[in-house]
Design a protein around this ligand. Sequence first.
Ligand code: PEP
Length: 249
Amino acid sequence: MRRKLAAGNWKMNGTAASLAEVTALIAAHPAPRSEMLICPPATLIAAMAQAAAGSALQVGGQDCHANTSGAHTGDIAAVQLKDAGASHVILGHSERRADHNETDAEVRAKTLAAVAAGLTAVVCIGETEAERDAGATLKVIGDQLMGSLPDTAYGKEVVIAYEPVWAIGTGRTPTLEQIAEVHDFLRDELAIRFGTAAAEDFRLLYGGSVKPSNATEIFAIANVDGALVGGASLKAADFGAILSALDAS
Ligand code: PEP
């Protein structure tokens, strides 16, 4: 059985004062059925990991470099995230693909580095609105999935997040049928590449304007194993409500 995962992406938001939100989250959800993860800015990873010590909350990074060390000013190695207390890292988020021109090949190399460092990689893929309008969604998603995953990807170490670019931070979401279509397609593609049994181990998250009001219906979709949540993860009450919906699904 795949354990469901509620993952929060704080993006470039939060300072030390924001740790009060995770303290509240931990207090309200001492033993969730689902895995609970927050990926704060790198500046907060160590402090958040300390605040979360002994609790069910896990802490992750939002990116890592493919190398383990070296002359890469401003970058962070996967081993350094691990050293700071992270257990996961988001890779290939559409904002990084857009802002930093990250390619599938780079995401694949980062995924290998993350897994080698003992982190769970949360690999993001998703189509733009123009690609969906052109009827190219499954082709785009399929290509990103294949290009971003190394041959050695294993469901216990790699999570896939389907995030339509046009749904991120916009308040718009695909229909439930559209989410189901993509998630079923992803499971099938994973089975073709890794075999049916191995494909069942991968958790498939949906991301893009998930909030307490739409979480229950999204989590009722087969092959949705949780969510990657941006804006609504910044407030303990909202993220906690999404986590509760996942626990109840
Ligand atoms: C995200 O950035 O991963 C995301 C899903 O953002 P939001 O929930 O704000 O749409």
